[in-house]
Design a protein around this ligand. Structure first.
Ligand SMILES: Cc1ncc(COP(=O)(O)O)c(C=O)c1O
Length: 360
């Protein structure tokens, strides 16, 4: 049998997420932080139009998509890179810059995919606690080692949903040696009210800094796989070598462009999600459970023990509602619930209420 790369051989087998409800029931999946609504008519029209040229390869320079992103965010299109989801960009970044002689520094509840990528390149991971489920910049600065090459921060965080003020991210960058890369994953940034979350993009001017965003969350295109990153030119050039030039299909580029240009739609989605998040947070809190304040399209609920979290998970699952257990994140007493439609949130609140009555 041919031997795989030792880093890959040492990795656990890929585990497909189980998003099935109890036998025979159609699941309502609130486990993947997907958008609650299907793509808009404008997005569908753009995809249908792109299909007319489906015999041609997609634009491997993402020209129109980059132009739309740059226009909306007032950015330089030359510093934008696109990929098949921000996961592909993260993956390319690690392949381009990290090896087994480099260390990665992140937080205890940082996005798990980074740990998978770290194994792929053989880089050891150090992680620091998140007191009160919040990223602690001083802890990150204090945990730097001479061979730390990448610091990874998710803001707002997944799975905690909490927001770190961008001043703190700037303070972190200012305290990192110049040759340490800072990757800020902003997959959920568009859910934060823009009034109190000023953009961070100018931070890339300090060098060795990458900010990633995605079309999978507020733009509701998770299945189309489009992410983008903002980075200095030297990093862009290395990423371009690693990225598959055709990974973002022409249909996906057209969809993402249409979604980006519909900022009114995104703002509407942000408001609707906030209303449902407030509703579910209040309903769950009224049941005597702890909800971590969230700025995203999900909430993290603390059930106080792993047994109670498992019991609630099974109860919800028996009532079609599939949420995400958090043991993999070292939070076995918690469940993460994606914010969905008003009907889904009412059903979730009612079902958790029924579970609570059975488990007082
Ligand atoms: C923090 C974070 N980053 C990145 C991603 C992946 O995004 P994409 O679909 O763009 O690959 C997710 C998906 O859940 C996420 O939670």
């Amino acid at each position: 049998m041919i031997r795989p790369n030792p880093n890959v051989a040492a990795m656990a087998a890929y585990a497909l997420p189980d998003i099935s409800a109890a036998a025979g029931l159609e699941p309502i999946v609130l486990a993947q932080n997907e958008h609650a609504w299907p793509p808009s008519t404008a997005v569908r029209d753009a995809v249908m139009q792109a299909l007319e040229s489906g015999q041609l390869y997609s634009d491997s320079d993402w020209t129109e998509l980059r132009a739309a992103i740059a226009e909306v965010h007032s950015l330089d299109p030359a510093n934008i890179v696109c990929g098949a989801g921000s996961m592909e960009l993260m993956s390319a970044l690690l392949l381009a810059y990290l090896s087994s002689s480099d260390r990665i520094l992140m937080t205890d509840y940082g996005y798990l995919f980074m740990r998978t990528l770290a194994r792929l390149v053989g880089a050891p991971v150090d992680s620091v606690a998140e007191p009160d489920y919040r990223v602690d910049v001083d802890a990150l600065i204090g945990a730097l080692q001479p061979d730390t090459r990448l610091v990874f921060v998710v803001n707002p965080g997944n799975p905690c949903g909490s927001l770190l003020h961008n001043d703190e991210i700037r303070r972190l960058r200012n305290n990192l040696p110049a040759d340490v890369m800072l990757l800020v994953d902003e997959a959920y940034a568009e859910f934060v009210e823009p009034d109190y979350h000023e953009p961070l993009f100018d931070l890339i001017e300090q060098g060795n800094t990458v900010i990633t965003r995605t079309f999978s969350k507020i733009y509701g295109l998770a299945g189309l796989r489009v992410g983008w990153g903002y980075c200095p030119r030297d990093i862009r050039d290395q990423l371009r070598k690693v990225l598959n030039p055709g990974s973002v299909s022409s249909l996906s580029q057209a969809a993402a462009r249409a979604a980006m240009l519909d900022q009114a739609g995104a703002a509407g989605a942000r408001r609707l999600i906030a209303v449902q998040r407030d509703y579910l947070s209040a309903a769950v809190t009224a049941l005597g459970l702890t909800v971590i304040p969230s700025q995203t399209n999900f909430i993290l609920v603390d059930f106080e023990s792993a047994e109670r979290a498992t019991s609630a998970f099974e109860f919800l699952r028996n009532h079609r509602l599939v949420v995400r257990p958090m043991a993999g994140y070292g939070l076995p007493a918690c469940l993460r619930i994606t914010i969905g439609t008003a009907d889904q949130m009412q059903l979730t609140a009612q079902t958790l209420g029924a579970w609570r009555r059975h488990n007082a």
